[in-house]
Structure formats: structure tokens, C-alpha cells
Design a protein around this ligand. Sequence first.
Ligand code: FE
Length: 244
Amino acid sequence: MKKSKKKNTMVGRRGFLKSAATAAAALVTEPGIAKAQQGAEHSHEHQAVPSDPTLRVKALESLLVQKGLVDPATLDTLVEAYEKKIGPQNGAKVVARAWVDAAYKKRLLADAPKAIAELGFTPGQGEDMIVVENGPRVHNLVVCTLCSCYPWPLLGLPPLWYKSTPYRSRAVIDPRGILHEFGVALPDDVEIRVWDSTAELRYLVLPERPEGSESLSEQQLAALVTRDSMVGVAKVSLNTGGRA
Ligand code: FE
């Protein structure tokens, strides 16, 4: 009895490893990081890849709730917060304020957590934060080479490509190539600075204010600021906003 149970466990684990390997291989062989963010636009199905982790999360949640370790209402509140309240729109407000208020920008670059708290946003996990400013000669790019550390209170949950192995490794090895794949072509004389996030320290890019935006209000400016521009894989233009 014991033996057959062990055997089933082994088979189950083997099955899981096989599917995990398939998922990892699919991710690694994806031709280009930027393609990962275009998943929603694909016309064909990728159902086989995400189903296993999704089921496992669901099973874990059910077990924790069943054992009384997690309150389902608290989980719902958290999920709703990250779906509706916490996202790139928060970071966009910080960026827009820095663009219109030079004194605020100075405070933001000197002590980001304090300046961000002025707008009502606080660190979710007690982490420190640094804001790095893009300019005509410097472009900043954020990555977490170890896992997926990300400025959650300002950007919400990280996108799939941010967590992918190709992005995490190539952002350091070939940042100019990564940026090119995201559609950002930088002149050779622009220095690229790559910032490696950790659990204790997260980074947010303050993108350049786009040309021609002089007459826009702070609110209109915030609408132009995208998630990707605050990670450093995009620039802000008068045509951006309302998407990643
Ligand atoms: Fe991480």
C-alpha cells in the first residue's frame, strides 16, 4: 500500500517535472523577449503552458483555506487590490508629479520612499526604493537577475517577460539588444545603466518627459506614462499611454 502510494507520488512528480521542463523550454525558445508581452495578441492557444501552475496555485489555496490558515475574504481583498487599485497608474502619478514639480522631483530622487508616500503610496513589503532618472545621455533599465523583485506598490504585479530567464540574463549581458527588441533604439553615445533589484531594494525609472507635452496637465501627462517606461524598456511619447 505504502509502496504503491510512493510510486504514484513519483509518477506525479515526474509528470510535473516534464510539464515544467516543457514550459521552461517554450519560454527559452521564444524568439525574442518582446514577444512574451505580445501573448494576448496571439491568435493560437498557449493553454497547455499556464494550466499546470494555475491548477497548483488553486490547489494550494484550497488547502490553506481548508486548514484555516488563510481567510478567503482576505485573499479576495488582496487580489482585488492588485487587479484594480495597485498598478502602473500609481507610478505614472509619481512620474507626472516629478515632471511638473521640480522640487518634488528633487525630493523623489533624494529619498524615493518619502516622496512617494507624499502621494499616498507606501511600500508593500517594507522594501526601500530608488528612482533613477533617464536623460539625453543616460538610459536606465531595471531587472531582477535573481527572481522577480519589482516595485509592486507603484507598478502592480510584474509582467511575464520581466520574470523570464532570457530577460533576467540578457538585460545584464546585452541591455542594448534587449532594448532594441522592445523597440527602443538608443544612440551609441547614450550610456545604459542596469539596476538589479533585490527583495530589500527596488528601482523605478523616471522616464524623460516627451517633447511637445509642455501644455499638458499633470493628469494628462500621467496618462502617457506606461509600465514599460518605468521599467526602462520603453520611452514615453505623446502616443503612448493606456497600455503597457
Ligand atoms: Fe527578485
